[in-house]
Structure formats: structure tokens, C-alpha cells
Design a protein around this ligand. Structure first.
Ligand SMILES: *Cc1c(COP(=O)(O)O)cnc(C)c1O
Length: 415
């Protein structure tokens, strides 16, 4: 370990007080009222019904029930994506049509989108991946001209702006997620922002579906979040993990699979009852973090700008153009490198948490073999992307250490 440093790959940096709403009501199983997110997110998003959902994927599921879609309709979706989202489309009886991504933003490429629209196309699902704004101007225009529903996946994109406005206000609907890895972390919870007209005549999503292990599930998220706060990670988790050999490559995967099905599991089905309900403490945690959102985004962007200027000197590292279509929230900081797995091993030895293959080219996954498509940019991205830390509690010295750690990997290899 260089300099005894230990930087987790990600941390949402909750303050001690942010946990209070959870601690106060940890044993309550009651769901929050339907309108619990309305007043919190109204200042950010106008002209949409804002509905609390147990997770982000529940918000998409609710949209897919409310929207005028029939079995066999095609949904155009970026190939470089979170496979669970594609899975929901398939489970709803829709046909995903994979669209390649822009190399600069890793979001859906509007030109490739236009080329893949067919007579059965009904909807476009655009993802503001890594908190980069997709080209909403072009994609929105295509959707209006071709009469396609537009849905925005804003799971990474609270604080991501398009033409100065929070993303999620161009399409008919948008999902937001407040899971443990997201920029606002309320230990779970999600939100659907939907045009009010679409809700007419359909049952609105309920925040209250729950499951028996709900308390344990939330407690696991609580523990995970605390463990990844920088001080606890440095002083407790990493030393203990090293002693027990827990920080092998296997351990993070096992923790991850507690939360998510494996990408190779073709039997996964989204279960409406499989997550804790949206509870009142989640709304309270979101409200506290939302007040600090601009400050946090500013700090993240500042750190990323500093690391980018250091990394730009390395020939093998390619950095996305994160502000190409709007303002990125810098909640994810990714770089493209030739061999991300080896770089990540090196970074771990330097005490820097990093993650290869945060997302994958879904058009090549076996579970979607019936929808296979050729998306070369997505394929390249899923082989070359590495995620580096960019959370607001990093110091400039941490940021410089990250740059040095990446640089030392490449200079050593050149020799
Ligand atoms: C996390 C995430 C979701 C879904 O969020 P959940 O709350 O976990 O259901 C959707 N899309 C992307 C890109 C995500 O990273």
C-alpha cells in the first residue's frame, strides 16, 4: 500500500445526521404516503407527477404498465447499459432493439437511433449514463417526429442538467433511484416522474409493496453505506478485509450479487414484491441530501477536472467528453484504458478502489441473444471502461494520489 492510503471506489458521503431519519424509524415497516417525494423534488422537476416507488426499476415497471404499449412492441435502448433495465423490457413482453452509444458520452447515439427505428418501434429508453447528459435535443426531436414515447433513465443523473434544467423533463417519463451507489442515497427508494395524462385510467404505482425481509434488506444497505464512508473504509473495513482476505476480487462480486442478479443469470425476473417499500425516512434522507446537491456536484466536478488534467497526459487513457450535451454531475468518473482489470489490480495495491466494467454491452449478453445487435462502440466501452473515485469527501491529495497511481501503472508498463 502506497502512503497507507485507502480510498473506497465510491461513497455518497452521508453525514452522521443524514442517518438519523433511518435510525429513528428503523423498525417501522409502514410505507410512506404516495405524495412523499412530491414536495422534495418539485423544485427540480416541473410539469410531471412525482411518485415514490420502492426502487428505480419499480418506476420503469410502473411506466411500462401505464404507457400505451402492446406485447411485441419495440423499445430502442442503448446497448451499453444496466442489464436489469433491459430485462424489465423483455419481462413486459417488449422487444429491446439495441442502439450504439456515442464514444464521447457513452450515451445513446442519436444517428444510430434514427437508423434502427422500424415499423414496430414505439418507445425510446435513453440512459444518462455516468451522469452524462444524452443528446436530448436530437433524441427528443426524433421521438416527436416518429411518434415514439421517450423515457429517461436518470438513475445516475440527479443534478445532471440539459439546457440548464434537471434531466428527466424531456420525455413522457423518467426514473430516479436512491440506492446505495447513487448520488442521493436513502438506502433504497426510487421515483417515477411521469406526464400526468399518462396516469389517467391506470392505477398509479404504489410505494407500499414490500417483502418480509424488508428490515434486514435496509439494514444491509445501511451497513454497506457506513462501510464505504471514507473514514470507516480506511480505518476499519480495509484493514479487517486485508486480514481476512475479504478484499479479493471475489468479495466485492459476492456483495454485489446480494443486491443484483448476475449478468449471466437468465432466470432473474423482476419481482414487484422483492424490495422494501418506500418508507418515510427515505424521503427525509433525500431532502437532506438534496439541499447539499449543488455543493456536492460542484466539489465532484472540481475533483474530476483536477484528475482529468493529470490523466490527459497519458496516451493510453481516453476520457469521455462529459459535458457534451449538458452539465454532468460527475457522480461517476470513468476513463477508457486498454486493460481495465490489470489497472484495477494495480490501483488496489496503491490503496485506490476502482471498478472495471461498471456496465456492459447488453447486445452481446447471452440472456439477450434473441436481440443481438452489432454495437461496436458499446462493445469497446464495456471492454475498456474503468471507474475511478470522484466522491466529494476526497481531498486534493487523494485526487493527486489517484492520478499518480494511474500514471505509475502506465509508465511502469512502458518500460
Ligand atoms: C441503479 C440503476 C437503475 C435502477 O435503480 P434501482 O433503484 O436499483 O432499481 C437503473 N438504471 C441504472 C443505469 C442504474 O445504475
Amino acid at each position: 500500500m502506497v502512503n497507507g492510503r485507502a480510498i473506497p471506489k465510491n461513497s455518497t458521503c452521508l453525514r452522521a445526521g443524514d442517518y438519523l431519519p433511518y435510525l429513528r424509524s428503523a423498525f417501522s415497516t409502514r410505507a410512506a404516503p404516495d405524495d412523499s417525494v412530491e414536495s422534495i423534488f418539485r423544485p427540480l422537476i416541473a410539469g410531471r407527477s412525482l411518485l415514490a416507488t420502492p426502487t428505480g426499476r419499480h418506476a420503469l415497471w410502473a411506466f411500462l404498465q401505464a404507457a400505451p404499449l402492446r406485447e411485441g412492441d419495440e423499445v430502442l435502448v442503448a446497448a451499453y447499459n444496466f442489464y436489469v433495465i433491459v430485462r424489465l423490457l423483455v419481462q413486459r413482453g417488449l422487444r429491446p432493439v439495441f442502439v450504439d452509444v456515442e464514444p464521447e458520452t457513452l450515451c445513446m447515439d442519436p444517428y444510430d437511433l434514427a437508423a434502427r427505428i422500424g415499423p414496430r418501434s414505439r418507445m425510446v429508453l435513453v440512459t444518462h449514463i455516468y451522469g452524462h447528459t444524452a443528446d436530448l435535443t436530437r433524441i427528443g426531436k426524433i421521438c416527436r417526429e416518429r411518434n415514439l414515447l421517450l423515457f429517461e433513465d436518470c438513475a445516475h443523473a440527479v443534478g445532471t442538467l440539459h439546457q440548464g434544467l434537471q434531466t428527466g423533463q424531456t420525455g413522457e417519463g423518467a426514473l430516479f433511484s436512491f440506492g446505495v451507489e447513487k448520488i442521493i442515497n436513502s438506502l433504497g427508494g426510487g421515483m417515477l416522474a411521469i406526464r400526468p395524462e399518462l396516469l389517467k385510467g391506470s392505477r398509479p404505482p404504489q410505494p407500499s409493496v414490500g417483502r418480509r425481509l424488508s428490515l434486514l434488506d435496509t439494514f444491509t444497505r445501511f451497513t454497506y453505506t457506513v462501510a464505504l464512508s471514507p473514514g470507516v473504509y480506511r480505518n476499519v473495513l480495509r484493514p479487517a478485509g486485508r486480514a481476512l482476505g475479504l478484499l479479493s476480487r471475489e468479495a466485492p462480486r459476492k456483495v454485489r450479487e446480494y443486491f443484483e442478479p448476475s449478468k449471466d443469470d437468465p432466470t432473474y425476473r423482476f419481482g414487484y414484491e422483492s424490495r422494501p417499500p418506500f418508507k418515510m425516512f427515505m424521503a427525509q434522507m433525500q431532502s437532506r441530501q438534496l439541499r447539499r446537491l449543488e455543493e456536492n456536484v460542484g466539489r465532484r466536478r472540481d475533483l474530476v477536472a483536477r484528475m482529468r488534467s493529470g490523466l490527459q497526459r497519458i496516451e493510453e487513457v481516453r476520457l469521455p467528453d462529459m459535458d457534451r450535451h449538458g452539465r454532468a454531475n460527475a457522480s461517476y468518473f470513468v476513463a477508457n484504458v486498454p486493460d481495465p482489470f490489470r489497472l484495477v489490480d494495480h490501483l488496489r495495491q496503491c490503496g485506490v478502489g476502482a471498478h472495471p466494467q461498471e456496465f456492459l454491452d447488453c447486445s452481446q449478453l447471452d440472456q439477450f441473444s434473441s436481440y443481438r445487435a452489432d454495437c461496436p462502440v458499446a462493445r469497446q466501452a464495456s471492454r475498456s471502461t474503468v471507474r475511478l473515485p470522484s466522491f466529494p469527501l476526497l481531498t486534493y491529495r487523494d485526487a493527486d494520489h489517484i492520478v499518480e497511481a494511474v500514471t505509475s501503472y502506465f509508465t511502469r508498463k512502458i518500460r
